[in-house]
Design a protein around this ligand. Structure first.
Ligand code: PBG
Length: 331
């Protein structure tokens, strides 16, 4: 045999030289679920190891993460019912606790990258990412709200805006609004290919943000989030986001869409982000808690597979666990 690939797997030193990709905490983005108030730290039942935090606790959390070499954070608010309405007005209100927390985080830790969530669902009584009227999600009306929300977030100090709503034209609308208001350095990590997925369940539990049950309200997000059957459509979305001014293109979910991540990586020069979503993390955790899989090896392999497929940046609820093991030299 002239070719014996096993020769390059003979020992750890050789395997090290032949290794194609390495994952480190600098690629990872830690999600933070933010609640109003003080001293709050409640674990999310369907997402063990993730917590809903008030701003003071979020500050401690970020400090711990920095010690582990995690510098990137994406923050989502859980908005009390009393602040919700049909048009998401609280999302850009001065007293908004999410914006205030962002300001505190960036004042205290200027070195971090803080990513926002731009969408109506946390603020909407209907639980949809856009304005609902007559049983429909209105695209262009929603863009006006997103612009106000985005500018308020830039003003609060977010480094990157994360439009997760899947309205057409939102990246351009945000870019124009940011530039007009002088926020030319605020970037956009666009949820380019966000699918109407079954794997967002634990996240919606965490934030209580699922579409409400009502005959006049669409019960799913299929008229704006993408059909899980489509890969080429992700390229169309990527082309639009690129010309509209996005700085990162995201695929979401991640693990069930590795082919989409690879296609995007091959098609575009912009960095690719992947959102390893709540349900995908919960699946692995449940198997590990049952003793069916080994967390110590399955967790890093999972994250590595996302990086190998082409994800430069990975949003994952495992970020801290990975970073801890990385710091200990275990992964
Ligand atoms: C909504 C949003 C969702 C997630 C991030 N932003 C849920 C949804 O679209 O219903 C899901 C993330 C996860 O499951 O981890 N703007």
């Amino acid at each position: 045999m002239l070719r014996r690939p096993r020769r390059n797997r003979r020992n750890a030193a050789i395997r090290g030289m032949a290794e194609e990709v390495q994952l480190s905490p600098r690629h990872l983005i830690q999600p933070i679920f933010l609640v109003e108030g003080e001293g709050q730290r409640e674990e999310i039942p369907s997402l063990p190891g993730s917590f809903r935090l008030s701003a003071d606790e979020a500050l401690k959390e970020v400090e711990n993460c920095l010690e582990l070499g995690l510098f990137n954070f994406i923050m989502f608010p859980k908005i009390p019912e009393s602040h919700k309405d049909k048009r998401g007005n609280y999302s850009f209100a001065d007293e908004n606790f999410y914006l205030q927390a962002a300001r505190q985080l960036k004042e205290r830790f200027s070195e971090i990258c803080l990513i926002s969530d731009v969408a109506l669902d946390p603020y909407s009584v209907d639980g949809h990412d856009g304005v609902v009227y007559d049983g429909k999600i209105l695209n262009d009306e929603t863009l006006h709200v997103l612009q106000k929300m985005g500018v308020a977030q830039a003003q609060a100090g977010f480094d990157l805006l994360g439009p997760s709503d899947m309205m057409d034209g939102r990246v351009e609308a945000l870019r124009i609004a940011l530039d007009e208001n002088g926020y030319t350095d605020t970037g956009i990590m666009s949820y380019t290919a966000k699918y109407a997925s079954a794997f967002y369940g634990p996240f919606r539990d965490a934030l209580d943000s699922a579409p409400v049950e009502d005959d006049d309200i669409p019960k799913d997000k299929k008229t704006y989030q993408m059909n899980p059957a489509n890969r080429r459509e992700a390229i169309l979305e990527g082309e639009l986001d690129t010309v509209e001014g996005a700085d990162f293109l995201m695929v979401k979910p991640a693990l069930h869409y590795l082919d989409v991540i690879l296609s995007m990586k091959q098609h575009f020069e912009l960095p690719i982000a992947a959102y390893h979503v709540s349900g995908e993390c919960a699946m692995l955790m449940a198997a590990c808690q049952n003793g069916w899989l080994d967390y110590e090896t399955a967790m890093p392999e999972t994250l590595l597979s996302l990086h190998r497929a082409g994800a430069d940046a990975i949003i994952t609820y495992f970020a801290k666990d990975f970073a801890r093991r990385y710091a200990e030299g275990k992964v």
